[in-house]
Design a protein. Structure first.
Ligand SMILES: C[S@@+](CC[C@H](N)C(=O)[O-])C[C@H]1O[C@@H](n2cnc3c(N)ncnc32)[C@H](O)[C@@H]1O
Length: 290
């Protein structure tokens, strides 16, 4: 990309080829998103004038982004944003990049919340805050609390809470230890905690290794943190009827459903599939008499 005048069409074509050569699956899309970011236009804006040449500053900005993408930095970190439930969320290397499958958790949480008025909602391991912010925005009558072990992650969550002008109270700490003593129980507790087994580390796409390890990996086949949460959760759920909603990994849902039953979250235990048809989310509620 040195020396000559490059047009939008040419840089898109060059970058798509280069990204494809190194095995990036969405090569054209990545090229478009990064170029739109470098030129400060919408993606569709690139097509208004494909023969527009890039000036030096634009070319330098774009080249920097391309070289970081070739180092396998996720596109969301490069542009500083990812859409979730049709809202833009600030993201950077302090938090997991929001995944579309987490929309299944939010969708099911909103269904469960139909049974509540002014519900108390807790999001454990909030990361960028996507679950807490979305539930607060979709259910303005809810009182939403969110926690994370990572103070760095909570800074990103706080920025997203402010951006979307919702009320979410944030606390740092390990699972329920983050909560102030005397915090009343919750009608719904949602969590997308780390669930990737340590053993899978070497077989993962390089992009995942750029994300915070504490957001991805857990001992015990990936379920160590989820198991600790399930064992402790019933003391923090309203009784009866308090709902637990967990996103877990492929192949983990049946074991997690059993964990819920064993922990007494035994009413209506259900495994929900994501948009790809994969089992992703497990929910259950405290039964009457619990
Ligand atoms: C898979 S990421 C999910 C982030 C966000 N909820 C989402 O869906 O995009 C897991 C989050 O849990 C946090 N976490 C890991 N262990 C934790 C623990 N013991 N207590 C609280 N949060 C924890 C991580 O810091 C990370 O932000």
């Amino acid at each position: 990309m040195q020396g000559k005048l490059w047009t939008v069409r040419e840089v898109l074509s060059w970058t798509t080829d280069r990204f494809s050569q190194v095995g990036l699956e969405s090569a054209r899309l990545d090229a478009e998103v990064l170029l739109a970011h470098a030129l400060d236009v919408q993606r569709v804006g690139l097509y208004i004038d494909l023969d527009r040449p890039l000036d030096d500053a634009e070319r330098d900005r774009y080249r920097g982004l391309v070289s970081r993408r070739l180092q396998r930095e996720p596109v969301a970190y490069l542009v500083g944003e990812r859409e979730f439930w049709s809202r833009p969320f600030a993201v950077d290397a302090r938090v997991l990049v929001p995944r579309p499958e987490t929309e299944t958790l939010v969708e099911q949480a909103l269904v469960a919340l139909r049974d509540f008025t002014a519900p108390r909602v807790l999001d454990v391991g909030t990361g960028s805050g996507i679950i807490a912010v979305t539930l607060a925005a979709e259910r303005p009558d809810a009182r939403v609390v969110a926690t994370d072990l990572s103070a760095d992650a909570l800074e990103v969550a706080a920025a997203n809470v402010a951006r979307h002008e919702v009320e979410v109270t944030l606390h740092v700490g390990d699972l329920f230890e983050a909560l102030p003593s005397q915090e009343p129980p919750f009608g719904l507790i949602a969590a997308n905690l780390p669930y990737v087994a340590m053993a899978e580390r070497d077989s993962l796409q390089p992009e995942l290794l750029v994300e915070p390890a504490g957001a991805l990996f857990a001992e015990d086949g990936g379920l160590a943190v989820v198991k600790r949460l399930v064992r402790a959760v019933s003391a923090h759920l309203e009784r009866p009827g308090g709902v637990l909603m967990l996103e877990v990994g492929l192949g983990q849902t049946r074991e997690v459903a059993r964990l819920l039953m064993d922990a007494g979250i035994s009413d209506g235990v259900t495994v929900h599939r994501d948009l790809a048809g994969l089992e992703r989310v497990v929910s259950g509620r405290l039964p009457v008499g619990a």
